[in-house]
Design a protein. Sequence first.
Length: 530
Amino acid sequence: MGALQQRRHAREVRRLHEKLFYRPLLAAAARLTTDEARLTPEAANARLRALGYRDPAGAMRHLGHLTSGVSRRAAIQRQLLPVMLGWFADGADPDAGLLAFRRVSDELGTTHWYLRLLRDSGAAAERMAHVLASSRLVAELLELGPEAVALLGDEAELSPRSREAMLAAVRRAADRHAGDAEGAALAARAVRRREIVRTAIADLVGLADLAAVGQGLSDAAVAALDGTLRAASSTVAERFAGTLPTRLLVVGMGRLGGNELGYGSDADVVFAHEPNPGADEKQAHDAAMAVVSELRRMLIMPGPEPALDVDADLRPEGRNGPLVRTLDSFAEYYQRWSSTWEAQALTRAVPVAGDDDLVARFTALIDPLRWPAGGLPDTAVREIRRIKARVEAERLPRGADPHRHLKLGRGGLSDVEWTVQLLQLQHAHAVPALRTTSTTGGLAAAGESGLLDPADVDVLLAAWTLAARVRNATVLWRGRPADALPTNVRELDGVARIVGYPPGSAGQLDEDYLRLTRRARSVVERVFYG
């Protein structure tokens, strides 16, 4: 049989399968008067349950809602749903997929492009079914902004946008809200939401790896910070005759600074400012504080767009320190009182928004602390180890299994990151490649320079990568942040499928995670703790 004949045969088999297996479900759900085979309600429920739907009665209600009537929309849905029911059933949660499809269709059902997209693009319809049956997070974001469904129609649309493109989009949106600072801030958050959706869909359909996901989410957060900083600055400037008496800088820290944000990550930042020449210092400080407070408020204020929590606890003195400092104050503090943990935090510091002239000055200020000449004295190394041991003992949530906590557990994200950061503090003065805010980049540099055995690099990278992917997948599946490997088998299976395992692999993911992190912990104990 030739290839063309095989394709024709496959299409005919699929058509018959849809006609005999799925279309009777639609006839039963919509109570259609038709010559087609039609199931009794009991038989329809049994067939849906066999497909993997846990709430057949609910599924029948959704099918009836989507297909009943004589509208063009109902007619197209009757064409689409026989095959989409199968695609939902192939996903980890068919019920959630069908419910989300109903909700999005209710929002977009009368929009001409939506029906045409699903009718004319089998790839778009299949992607939509797969995504909605895999991720509560994406389903919720599509309900907030259903126009993002258009991304499904073109694979090129799922390619990550550059940070520059996102910043330009935010600034264009802000221009449309001239004179309305809160509207501009919500527009910046809308751009971020759309980019999260783009990144998540690409992740779920296999078009974005972990690095691309981290970069895309970080760039989206930076764009939101940039746009909201501009909106907050314009609001506060009105109190100062239209011109702020100071210039501000937002410095990304933690995963934001490393371009390694996950779906559930906050934005760790530090705020700096520089009074304009001749400005009153107190007035400049008050203005900077007002801008920072307004920025944080605008990023979490109620509205139709997802909030972005800004965490400034990595600033000098932590929660007890001033929320914003001048560059001179940073310099004085670091010279006189800086702690070892603060130098460690600076290994992932990158200016991300604000005044361009302050970027180079801030970077020059912190480089001697995070890449110290001569490395770290033994007392500082012991201090880092002591703090890490304390974090392990005190910060793990009560009742959490230390072997299954993705962030703080044994061999998890924190173990690998602290190991890399200690090597950076010790050796970056002599190994320029270690002067990176990226965990994976730091691991690669440590291996290439001989500071880590290549086998140890592989172990640490594999454990960190799996922990990060599982953490992301758990948020995609649940729709909310989570830091522990799921213990519920169904939930773990859904997470495993997002990570790339075949159906029914919950136990395999569990075994792989525990094995990889156990090996990583042995490396950490040897390399980090010595």
